[in-house]
Design a protein around this ligand. Structure first.
Ligand code: SAH
Ligand code: SF4
Ligand code: F3S
Length: 440
């Protein structure tokens, strides 16, 4: 036991959340205890995101709020800002002691010890990704009903607006054995739903010792054979990696949920071209049509960027038209944020900020109306498959679960088992959630 405590905060995507869990278990294994009070912690780990300017800046204002009494506290800034800004970070904020890129978090305990011993700043931003996944340590702590599992990292696509290829490096796929072992461990610790993660999760490609190539379809079929796995999802996909085999298994693999996150970014071919997305609106629509042919109840969610440099009123209208066509059921939308080092940073951006804000508002309102209409369609109906994730601590007669379409479902019931998949009669809803009772 080290008699020291740590606090960890995660910014950004699910992959960062997954990494933070791994970092936590490494630190626990190293003798630290985990606490929720940032000001009492001996070690503070900020696992950062660099995707938009605001996300990247947030960490600096958070560090500013930490009181570093007599240098007794160690501050580690890890993740995508660490990778992108490197030793610049030490100049920006002198309280940071350790800078560590997202591919080397397994080095953290050693770096902390070295820092504490010599009182010298530590930095590592190498891409040594295979070590990150080869580094196995036994995890025994209970897991949630729904758990993330990273199978792929990095990106070779270089969309004009995006920092990920620079922060996470080239595409890398984890070994099938490694993934299956982790899936089994998750099941043993309480997980029923596996969410496969990757910056380009459907670009997964792994050649095993027998020279058998696994793509994501084959991997999904492999892990769905494990009895304890009740549901599978995968995120985030790129439209160009939605091949026919992957589309087909949406029709044949019953454990694969009928809800797919497939970021489109824009509904204008001109903008897609300038974004370097390498697909057209028609190609995107065809993927959706093909998916509906094999699984008619499949629903789609997406990511949108509003106000990409050069986006005209007409381009924006085309995005709204695409929303009408696909009827996205849950989406993330943001105003374009210029990122240093990306191609789009060199494109002249003439659209006024107020105009962008207005477009975002219009787009989000449209998506909200669709969401409400979708949720309302479940009212006074029974849905068969709500996976119960937890029981309310303040009121044990209430449970929380998720539908196949990831809708949050609040359930009034007695004696449900967390991890069960139960039928629920839906009574009310809003655009975000459904409310109901168990059907016996
Ligand atoms: N690999 C995924 C997306 C990963 S990044 C894909 O290709 O779709 C997550 C989301 O952040 C993106 O889908 C995009 O909508 C948003 N994003 C990325 N860079 C951005 C930027 N510079 N400004 C605004 N949003 C951005
Ligand atoms: Fe970023 Fe594009 Fe790669 Fe997605 S595909 S991570 S948006 S560069
Ligand atoms: Fe952010 Fe890095 Fe994820 S930039 S979105 S934390 S891959």
């Amino acid at each position: 036991m080290k008699d020291k405590s740590f606090f960890i905060k995660s910014y950004g995507c699910q992959m960062n959340e997954y990494d933070s869990e791994k970092i936590s278990s490494l630190l626990l294994k190293d003798g630290y205890s985990n606490i929720n009070d940032i000001n009492k912690a001996d070690l503070i780990v900020f696992n950062t995101c660099n995707i938009r300017e605001k996300a990247a800046q947030k960490v600096y204002s958070d560090i500013g709020r930490v009181t570093k009494k007599n240098n007794n506290k160690t501050i580690a800034l890890v993740g995508c800002v660490a990778q992108a800004e490197n030793d610049e970070i030490f100049k920006k904020n002198k309280d940071v002691d350790i800078v560590l890129g997202p591919q080397s978090y397994h080095l953290l305990p050693k770096m902390i010890d070295t820092h504490n011993e010599y009182q010298k700043k530590q930095i590592n931003t190498d891409f040594i990704i295979n070590e990150k996944f080869d580094f196995v340590h036994e995890e025994k702590s209970p897991k949630g009903v729904s758990s993330y599992l990273t199978i792929q990292e990095g990106c070779d696509k270089f969309c004009a607006f995006c920092v990920v290829p620079f922060t996470r490096g080239p595409e890398y796929s984890r070994s099938v054995n490694n993934i299956v072992e982790e899936t089994k461990s998750l099941i043993d610790r309480g997980t029923r739903e596996i969410i496969l993660l990757g910056q380009n999760v459907n670009a997964y490609n792994y050649n095993d010792e027998k020279n058998i190539t696994y793509n994501i379809s084959k991997l999904i079929d492999e892990i769905s054979q494990l009895e304890g796995v009740k549901r599978i999802r995968y995120t985030t996909s790129h439209p160009n990696n939605m091949d026919q085999e992957l589309i087909r298994i949406h029709g044949s693999n019953e454990k694969l949920m009928p809800f797919l996150h497939l970021p489109v970014q824009s509904g204008s071919n001109e903008i897609l071209k300038n974004m370097n997305r390498k697909y057209s609106v028609d190609e995107y629509k065809k993927i959706i049509d093909d998916l509906k042919k094999v699984r008619s109840d499949i629903e789609i969610s997406s990511d949108f960027i509003v106000g990409f440099p050069g986006e005209t009123e007409k381009d924006f209208q085309k995005t709204l038209d695409l929303i009408d066509y696909v009827q996205f059921k849950q989406s993330y939308s943001f105003i374009y944020s210029e990122r240093p080092g990306t191609k789009a940073a060199n494109i002249k951006d003439l659209t006024p900020s107020d105009e962008k804000k207005l477009r975002l508002k219009i787009l989000q309102k449209k998506l909200e109306v669709i969401q409400l209409k979708f949720n309302t369609s479940f009212c006074n109906k029974n849905i068969t498959n709500v996976l119960i994730e937890n029981q309310s601590q303040s009121n044990p007669e209430y449970y929380f679960g998720r539908s196949a379409f990831l809708q949050p479902v609040y359930v009034k019931a007695k004696n449900l088992d967390v991890g069960d998949i139960v039928p629920i009669g839906i009574e009310t809803c809003n655009h975000k959630s459904l409310y109901g009772t168990v059907i016996h």
